[in-house]
Design a protein around this ligand. Structure first.
Ligand SMILES: [Zn+2]
Ligand SMILES: [Zn+2]
Length: 345
């Protein structure tokens, strides 16, 4: 089968590999129908994900059809259309039982697919702990609608959940990349008084204005002015940082009101530091990533009810055989790309 493979730092290549086999009674093999490229894939390509192993098939956002299952897989059956969760988790350890599945203590716990074990930019994938890792897609929900459930949408859902958003709140979301947009969609479900989105890219600001007209949109240069104008309590009640650079990290605490919750979703490529003397007395609560992706069934049900729609994020579609071209567009942010669906025909 074809598989997009991490060959060496700076290089992914479409290669021919053997179709995966069941290795455990809890495994399932899924025939991928659609996958996508995530900015984490780009981080792997450039060597900034230390755990990523050379030779693995990349890709951790995908949907497909169950091809075969081990004898202990009960939640899905052969022929089911499913989302695949970015995280592998056993469902039984201390962390899993508390819903902190990102820290599952299994050797493959957390983000393993497309990082430490073969992922989904391929024709087939082996999913360990398939009872936890697969969710059946409702009949009326298309592959396009379900594509982001296991990764960026799970992240947005989790970010909005842990940020403890209340109806009287003004929420600032920093960054309107794909995960920022998913965070926005899930924040809207919490019905806060105001939402402000700060984004440096004009095309992305225009995207937010077009699809979410009730949201206040600002460029970073003007963000603090907008915060001062829109927030009567000295800053945003909740700040969710989804951009991932030094400036946005600093903006996250500066734009927060005293006693606010600041949720850091972004993945940084170097250490960040907080100027604690300047912040003294602000009494902020920081929460940090990564996602506990265990709400996929609920997310699928919200999609089914029409409350979540991420299909506008799919700006491009490519066949798996042309994935190298898709990477070029995604990595270089050409053609105002937001997300690319990789279609297996
Ligand atoms: Zn991802
Ligand atoms: Zn576990």
């Amino acid at each position: 089968m074809l598989a997009c493979t991490y060959k060496k730092t700076g290089n992914f290549e479409l290669t021919e590999k053997n179709k995966p086999q069941l290795l455990d009674t809890k495994d399932a093999i899924v025939k991928i129908t659609m996958s996508s490229i995530c900015s984490s894939d780009i981080h792997i390509k450039h060597g900034s994900v230390a755990k990523a192993e050379l030779g693995i098939t990349v890709g951790h956002e995908m949907v497909g059809i169950v091809e075969s299952i081990g004898s202990d897989v009960k939640n899905v059956k052969v022929g089911d259309r499913v989302t695949v969760n970015v995280e592998t988790f056993c469902g039984e350890c201390f962390f899993c039982k508390k819903g902190f599945v990102n820290n599952c203590t299994d050797k493959n716990g957390g983000w393993a697919l497309g990082c430490r074990i073969d992922g989904g930019q391929a024709e087939y994938i082996r999913v360990p702990y398939a009872n936890q890792g697969l969710n059946k897609i409702p009949e009326t929900v298309s592959d396009e609608q379900a594509l982001f459930v296991g990764d960026i949408l799970a992240t947005g859902f989790w970010a909005a959940k842990i940020s403890e958003i209340k109806e009287d709140d003004t929420v600032l979301i920093i960054g309107a990349g794909p995960t920022g947009i998913c965070t926005l969609i899930c924040t809207i479900l919490k019905n806060p008084k105001k939402i402000i989105v700060c984004e440096k890219n004009k095309a992305r600001r225009d995207f937010i204005k077009r699809y979410y007209p009730n949201v206040i949109v600002t460029e970073p240069e003007n963000c603090i002015n907008i915060i001062n104008r829109e927030c009567e309590r000295g800053g945003a009640d909740v700040v969710i940082e989804v951009a991932g650079v030094e400036e946005t990290f600093q903006m996250a605490w500066m734009a927060a009101r005293p006693n606010a919750i600041v949720t850091i979703v972004a993945l940084y490529n170097k250490p960040m530091s907080l100027p604690l003397p300047d912040m003294y007395g602000k009494n902020l609560t920081f929460k940090t990533g990564g996602v506990d992706a265990c709400d996929c069934a609920e997310i699928l049900s919200l999609i089914e009810k029409g409350k979540i729609d991420t299909t506008p994020l799919i700006t491009h579609k490519y066949q798996l055989k042309d994935i190298e071209k898709a990477y070029e567009i995604f990595e270089n942010k050409q053609e105002n790309v937001i997300k690319i669906a990789i279609v297996n025909s």
